[in-house]
Design a protein around this ligand. Structure first.
Ligand code: FES
Ligand code: FES
Length: 289
């Protein structure tokens, strides 16, 4: 069975009796032969025989030469031309095929300076077109009993306006998609999820956040009930829970625990503090906090 043949492109190289045993040991392990291609010629090394020089590139034979800076495609074309040109050979047809192919590829490797596009200046990057800044609108929000002036883009939510423009970070951003209730504030008489409300559409409404619930140092009864009944663990959902619970009581709901669960179902607690939250709400409802 024919052995696999490994091609090596190296220059300069000539068989070295000192390294030959190691090379042949490797070839024996691989069960392969080694074709070594240099600028000056080609050798065939087998595991057991002395290296055989298959071809020598004659000084006068320039048919394989390619111009400096030739592309790989041009070098391959030159190699193909050379392969089609009969040349005086002193080796077998099989060896001639190996030598021609190897020589062609070695010319491609040794004769080319690089890819043509490396010589050309890189194309200029496309000009950066800056999108125009969206306009901002002057608005006034009535928050916790004060009129607050601010400039906002039309797309800014009430939640972002409260937290990032007015510094009222007690209102939390959980999902920003109206699903967790962490951002609950009072909007007039209603409780709303402030992430779902545009700031520019909130003018003229009385907005209350968790910061506006206590009276000075005196906690709102619902806040006190949450503290008394451990109605929180990490506390992230707690401002939204408290704002929602206060509004729920004002709505006249929460007569039973099931009613509390139903009416507070828009306020999620990742910590699962629900039993204590319900206990706190019922305590606040009964005025026993
Ligand atoms: S952040 Fe508004 S509902 Fe979750
Ligand atoms: S206390 Fe942690 S999410 Fe409710």
């Amino acid at each position: 069975m024919r052995r696999p043949r490994v091609l090596a492109f190296i220059d300069p190289w000539s068989p070295d009796p000192a390294e030959l045993p190691a090379i042949q040991a490797h070839l024996r392990g691989l069960g392969a032969e080694l074709g070594v291609v240099t600028k000056r010629g080609t050798w065939l090394v087998t595991p057991d025989d002395p290296p055989a020089r298959l071809a020598e590139a004659p000084e006068a034979d320039r048919s394989f030469e390619v111009a400096d800076g030739a592309t790989l495609v041009e070098a391959l074309a030159a190699a193909g031309d050379a392969m089609r040109t009969p040349a005086p050979m002193t080796f077998t047809r099989r060896e001639w095929a190996l030598t021609s192919i190897a020589a062609g590829f070695s010319l491609a490797l040794f004769g080319c300076k690089g890819k043509p596009h490396e010589d050309k200046p890189a194309p200029a990057p496309p000009p950066v077109v800056k999108a125009p800044m969206p306009p901002e609108y002057d608005i006034v929000l009535s928050v916790n009993g004060s009129d607050r002036k601010l400039k906002v883009e039309a797309r800014v939510s009430l939640l972002d306006a409260l937290r990032e423009r007015l510094g009222l970070t007690g209102t939390k951003k959980g999902c920003d998609h109206g699903q967790c209730g962490a951002c609950t504030v009072h909007f007039g008489e209603r409780r709303i999820k402030s992430c779902m409300q545009l700031a520019v559409m909130s003018q003229g409404m009385k907005i209350t956040t968790i910061e506006g619930l206590a009276q000075g140092d005196t906690l709102h009864p619902m806040q006190a009930a949450f503290v008394a009944h451990d109605g929180f663990q990490c506390g992230y959902c707690t401002p939204g829970q408290i704002m929602s619970a206060v509004a729920m009581l004002a709505e006249g709901h929460a007569k039973t625990d099931d009613e509390v669960r139903e009416m507070m179902s828009g306020n999620l607690c990742r910590c699962g503090a629900y039993p204590n939250i319900i206990a706190a709400i019922q305590a606040a409802r009964k005025g026993a906090a």
